[in-house]
Design a protein around this ligand. Sequence first.
Ligand SMILES: Cc1cc2nc3c(=O)[nH]c(=O)nc-3n(C[C@H](O)[C@H](O)[C@H](O)COP(=O)(O)OP(=O)(O)OC[C@H]3O[C@@H](n4cnc5c(N)ncnc54)[C@H](O)[C@@H]3O)c2cc1C
Length: 268
Amino acid sequence: MIPAAFEYARASSVEEASKLLKTFGEDAKVLAGGHSLIPLMRLRLAQPKALVDINGIKDLDYIKEDGSKLRFGALTRHVTIENSAVVKQKLPILAEVASEIGDNQVRNMGTIGGVAAHADAAGDYPTIALMLDAEIVTNQRTIAAKDFFKDLFTTPLAADEIVTELVFPVANGPHKYIKFRRRLFDWAIVGAAAQKMNGGWRIGLTNVGTTPVRATAVEEALHKGAKPEEAAQHASDGLNPSGDLRASPEYKKHLARVLTKRAIEQAG
Ligand SMILES: Cc1cc2nc3c(=O)[nH]c(=O)nc-3n(C[C@H](O)[C@H](O)[C@H](O)COP(=O)(O)OP(=O)(O)OC[C@H]3O[C@@H](n4cnc5c(N)ncnc54)[C@H](O)[C@@H]3O)c2cc1C
C-alpha cells in the first residue's frame, strides 16, 4: 500500500523540530524509527499532512548514567539498548526486553522514544517504565510514566511536543520479563514483568488493557509473604482486557496470572 501524500522536513535540533511541528499544525507527526508510523500510513490508518524527521538530531541518541538513574535519549534504538554494557549491568530487564522486540530490522530502527510516544498497549518498554516509576522528558516538561500512558495510543503530548528522554531508576536485582506470543517476532499477546527493587517487588503487565498495568495487588501479596503462585492469582484483579483474534479476554486474564507466577519464579 502507498501512503497518502504528505510533506516532509528533516530537523537538526529539537527546537527546529518543534518549530516545524507548529508550522505544519495539528496534522503533522514526528518521524523517528518509522516502524509503527510508516505501516499505519501505508494502511492509510494514519494520514498525517506532514512528517518532521528527527533522525538527524544526533544528541537525542545516548544512554547516560546519572547517579541512581539511567537516561535514554529518545532516539536510542532498541539494538543499542540490547547491546549496552551499562544497561546490562544497571537495568538488565530493559536490555532483555529490547532484545525481544520484533526482528533485526525493527530493532535497528525502532526507538525508545517512539515506543513511548506511540503508546501501543502491546509495547514492551511502557510496562517497564510504569512499574519502575520512570519519567518521560519532553521539550516542555517531565511526565511520570503513570500519567503518560493515558489510553490506547493516547498520551498527554501536545502537537508540538517532542519526547527527548526516558529516565529509569537503576534496578539490577532479580528480574524477568516473559512475553507470550505465537511466533518469535510477534508482539506480546500478554507480557508479565517482575523486578525486585528496594527490598520489594514491582510487577507489570503488557497488553491486558488499553495501557500498561502495574499489578499492585500482586506486589502487596508478595510483600505480605504470599508465595508466587498465591500472589500471582491477583494478577487479573481489576483487569478488563478486550479480546482479539489471538486471545479472548478470559484467556488474557489466565495468561496474566500464569506469566506473573513464572516471571516471579524465574526472576534472578
Ligand atoms: C514487525 C514489527 C514487530 C514489532 N514488535 C514489537 C514488540 O514486540 N514490542 C514493541 O514494543 N514494539 C514492537 N514493534 C514496534 C517498534 O518497537 C516501533 O519501533 C515502535 O513502536 C515505534 O518506534 P519508532 O521509533 O519506530 O517510532 P515511529 O514509528 O517513527 O513513531 C511512532 C509514533 O510515535 C511518534 N513519535 C516518535 N518519536 C517521537 C518523539 N521523540 N516525540 C514525540 N513523538 C514521537 C510518531 O509521531 C508516531 O506517532 C514492532 C514493529 C514491527 C514493524
